[in-house]
Design a protein around this ligand. Structure first.
Ligand code: GLU
Length: 317
């Protein structure tokens, strides 16, 4: 008799656990570099869901970033991802970096995040004052699968250079930072929110110069690639960079795959905006994420769950 009771207890608890687990929805989120901005933001999103939407389990994965994330969405290997709006557009339309591969037709927009600034970080002793001076230099052009790499190629292009004219290195953001510090490379491209840990870290250890992009080349660039906007690296963000540096920027987007149910995306946004203060604390760049700017720079069609949320909030007609 005792045994029967014990068995019943075990069975109910096992079944009970099963029920609880069946209710959980596991959602994967492709982020970017651990020393970038996507990753801390994604971590905060995951914490907000953990605390306030117990039905969701948001798992964050680090990656090369934009291009890799577009592929992960396309191949349904993640449910959500963060990536640059230029890369999202190229992936959706099968153009530029995606012209030789299957497009990510199933990618849908959820929320526009922060501005991502192109930083061309050079060692001060490398004598690089313009992107044209990168000729013949050892340059980290962005990790494999990054959006940075596409930006590096496009920017060098308007200065009349290709990767063949430089010595390109494909390093993780943290490796590029280390290589800059000990002089194994002369410069590195990073398309990332200002104040990213990787660049802060270099500037503390090594004197750096952030290379400006002048007006004439900015015009050439936007003529060819419409997603670039003018941006300035603010004095005081990085040690030793005390003058504003003119450069360009794109925008980071949170996206989801089309197959993620509309009610999940709707609920995600509802919970996220109810606790947006927690997201704002995750990184200095996060404060720019607001309901009013949620659709700025959105370069792909919206997810139906996002559409419902923004219509309800009066952001979308
Ligand atoms: N925008 C970067 C890229 O796709 C990633 C930045 C980040 O991880 O914050 O190259």
């Amino acid at each position: 008799m005792k045994k029967v009771v014990a068995l019943a207890v075990i069975l109910t608890s096992v079944l009970g656990m099963g029920q609880v687990q069946a209710k959980k929805k596991f959602i994967t989120l492709g982020a970017g570099w651990v020393t970038g901005v996507y990753y801390p933001l994604a971590g905060a999103m995951s914490r907000i869901m953990y605390l306030y939407e117990p039905e969701f389990r948001l798992t964050v994965e680090s990656s090369g970033a934009s291009v890799a994330n577009a592929r992960l969405i396309r191949d349904k290997e993640v449910d959500m991802a963060i990536l640059q709006n230029d890369i999202a557009y190229y992936a959706y339309t099968g153009t530029e970096v995606f012209k030789n591969e299957k497009p990510a037709k199933n990618m849908r927009g959820v929320l526009a995040l922060h501005k991502e600034t192109v930083h061309i970080v050079a060692r001060k002793d490398a004598g690089i004052n313009s992107p044209a001076d990168l000729k013949g230099k050892k340059v980290a052009v962005g990790p494999l699968g990054s959006g940075t790499e596409a930006n590096a190629r496009q920017i060098l292009g308007v200065y009349g250079l290709t990767f063949k004219d430089i010595k390109p290195e494909r390093l993780k953001a943290s490796e590029a930072a280390d290589f800059l510090k000990d002089g194994r490379i002369d410069a590195a491209f990073f398309t990332v929110g200002q104040g990213a840990a990787a660049i802060m870290d270099v500037s503390i250890i090594t004197p750096i110069k952030i290379v400006p992009i002048d007006d004439a080349h900015f015009k050439m660039l936007t003529k060819k690639y419409s997603f670039y906007a003018r941006d300035t690296i603010k004095p005081g963000v990085y040690k030793g960079v005390d003058q504003p540096v003119p450069t360009v920027a794109v925008k980071a987007l949170l996206v989801a795959r089309k197959g993620l149910p509309a009610e999940d995306v709707y609920k995600f946004l509802k919970v996220l905006f109810a606790h947006i203060d927690l997201l704002h604390k995750a990184h200095a760049r996060a404060k720019s994420i607001t309901l009013q700017t949620a659709l700025e720079g959105m370069s792909i069609p919206l997810h139906p769950g996002a559409e419902k949320f923004y219509k309800e909030k009066g952001i979308l007609k």
